[in-house]
Design a protein around this ligand. Sequence first.
Ligand SMILES: Cc1cc2nc3c(=O)[nH]c(=O)nc-3n(C[C@H](O)[C@H](O)[C@H](O)COP(=O)(O)OP(=O)(O)OC[C@H]3O[C@@H](n4cnc5c(N)ncnc54)[C@H](O)[C@@H]3O)c2cc1C
Length: 345
Amino acid sequence: MKQDIYDVIIIGGGPAGMYAAFYSGMREMKTKLIEAKHELGGFMRTYPEKLVWDVGGIEPIRCEAIIHSLIKQASTFDPVIVFGQEVVGMEKRDDGIFILTANTGEKHYTKTIILATGRGITSIQKLTVEGADRYELNNLHYTVTSLDRFKDKAVLISGGGDSAVDWAIEIANIAKAVYVVHRRDDFSAFEASVTRMKAVATAYVPYIVSRLHGNKNKIHHVTLQHVDSREELDVEVDEVLVNHGYERNFGGAILEWGLSCEEYGVSVTPNMCTSMPGIFGAGDIVTNEGKIRLIAGAFNDAVLAVNSAKLYIDPTESKMAGVSSHNERFADKNEALRQKDKAEG
Ligand SMILES: Cc1cc2nc3c(=O)[nH]c(=O)nc-3n(C[C@H](O)[C@H](O)[C@H](O)COP(=O)(O)OP(=O)(O)OC[C@H]3O[C@@H](n4cnc5c(N)ncnc54)[C@H](O)[C@@H]3O)c2cc1C
């Protein structure tokens, strides 16, 4: 079977991987991106409705809108994007080509690799109450995709971290009532936020959600149980939001490839080179002295990693791509955009 060999395969479709896919296109590299999930966005998918303020040059904007822009930008040079495959295995042939193996058994061939796997593949900690899954298509939520959903409703939030507390405060602005259920007496969120939350919501501590009661697929009331006394009480609800955090398989099988690692990630040089020639890293997976675990930090890492990959393939290449404002690679695209602007008046 013909082996399609890429200049670079990017593993992970979060902000680091998406931006790397764009920038490798600017560097005219034949690019493939492999994402374990069936959508791009990475960890940003866990806070789509949150307003993000700290990405340079972007006004406060819903995270989902940034994901949307990143996906569009990543597609600029038509990289191949593979969904639903977790990369697990790696070997290097004598001719220097890497063979990556996915959990599906599929093999991918490349001259260089950029690890952009973040803190791993995220899975939501679900409510461990019998039959909970049947309400997921209706009024049991694990992420907030639209705040409007909670307008004038009685909303029960289960969880005691920043996310649960922040959502309680935000949802209380529009909801009829907000109840927060937490299994411990203390919340693990900013003190000021907890004080504010307690002023706008009813907190049940230490309680757990013990049963959900509904008609068809809609919960209409929830039984709460006191952690110590086991005393129970019922709360009528319209919507239930569970914020019990996430499990993330940091590194997964990649940590067995023999790369140098530290406690917080795969060690990289300032130019994002790992300890294995030809393998580079970007985003939350990597660690070095200046590492910034932010979306903006992921972008910067991605540029450095792509440039290093380009130079690894051909050391005579320039150290970075030409700036986009003066780059021939965009000439046709710029013209198409000008024509579009003109046509739209
Ligand atoms: C609660 C919270 C709020 C935040 N808010 C902000 C904020 O306001 N502003 C900001 O700048 N930053 C924020 N951050 C940080 C930001 O989300 C991360 O820095 C960023 O998502 C890291 O991007 P990444 O691409 O490195 O990794 P991720 O976003 O984690 O993406 C990694 C991707 O790789 C995939 N993957 C993992 N392993 C494999 C594999 N073996 N094979 C294939 N695919 C794989 C995963 O499925 C995932 O899609 C926040 C973080 C948290 C926890």
